[in-house]
Design a protein around this ligand. Sequence first.
Ligand code: UD1
Ligand code: UDP
Length: 372
Amino acid sequence: MKKRILVIFGTRPEAIKMGALVNALKQEDIFDTKVCVTAQHREMLDQVLAFFEIVPDYDLNIMKANQTLNELSSRIFIKMDKILTDFKPDLVLVHGDTTTSTIAAWSAFNHKIKIGHIEAGLRTYNKFSPFPEEINRQITGRLSDFHFAPTLSAKQNLISEKITEKNILVTGNTVLDSLFWTINKIKNYETEDISKLKNKINFNKKIITVTGHRRENFGDGFINICKAIAKIAERNDVEIIYPVHLNPNVQKPVKQILSGKKNIHLIPPLDYPSFVWLMNNSYLILTDSGGIQEEAPALGKPVLVMRDTTERPEAVKAGTAILVGTDYHEIVSKTNEILDNKTIYKKMSTAINPYGDGKAVPRIINFIKKNL
Ligand code: UD1
Ligand code: UDP
């Protein structure tokens, strides 16, 4: 009988990082692979599902505007029982650090179903940074049977937490499998969003791409970030493109502080291929995103990480990324330095791949074939 695998995810980055894996698993005749989306995100998830041509087998459709973490968690818990009982998976695969992944893993544990954790072992060991992701990761790590660590240092974190070594595999990050696949796919076509950007924005200037959504930055952090962006936009040689995350806690300050400025372009979240194109055509990226910290080094784009801690130290060590926190002066001065100093820029923009070679997906599948 075929082994049943249920891949569960709910947000944009999980879908991007699971997209290539889902499609490869579906090619494997020895598995019956199904996809369950919680739809913790809706529009931003659907953009990715459409791009990877994934039609979920189960859709919990649980997004509500601005719901609390407890409300979100309880609604996932309640809906997961029926799916696990109906499909009876031999293995549940979850990704990373979201509320979806932790609650899905916990639900599977309650049914004594094996759990595989993709992007396992990232840590800051700071309970509230990133919040709630650090603790989500630690809990999912405890619940999981197979740990797919993207880097050696992630594996070392797991070993220091007494996870059995034979259950850990260093794979590289699946984000690069998806990124390389996407770069290849967009060589020959232009999305509607790419055409719109080209028509509206002067790409002869230095393009700064901005994203931000972390909960620990809500309030003062976001206000500082926005004021710093407004200051940087006073330069004549830059165009700032900011696809604004749909979280109302992000939309409000960003639109209040940054709307109507000449060279700041606030746009809706871009679909994945368009965003990859934008990163590739950027001079510099300012972000608090996890995934972008992994993609930018592979594209040779300097990143200023607007966070106080990172669970992705590899890009900082390699010199592509600098942690600037949410301090107004730090963001403005580091950005100006990179824009003005060609030597610094050159050093930071050497393409490196500390997050793998884009072959994480086949490694994960081989491990599952041997161990499930
Ligand atoms: C979530 C994850 C975070 C991940 C991020 C990626 C948790 C606790 N947080 O944060 O780890 O880095 O996704 O983006 O799991 N919204 C929409 N449409 C969408 C998406 C969001 O309207 O397509 C709005 C809704 O009002 C929603 C709110 O944003 O309630 C917050 O979404 P939520 O998933 O709870 O948190 P994020 O901040 O997106
Ligand atoms: N991304 C996208 N469209 C956008 C902004 C980002 O497709 O407008 C992609 C980006 O390339 C990366 C992922 O979304 O792969 C990062 O998601 P996010 O920053 O929301 O979450 P995090 O990685 O911080 O968990």
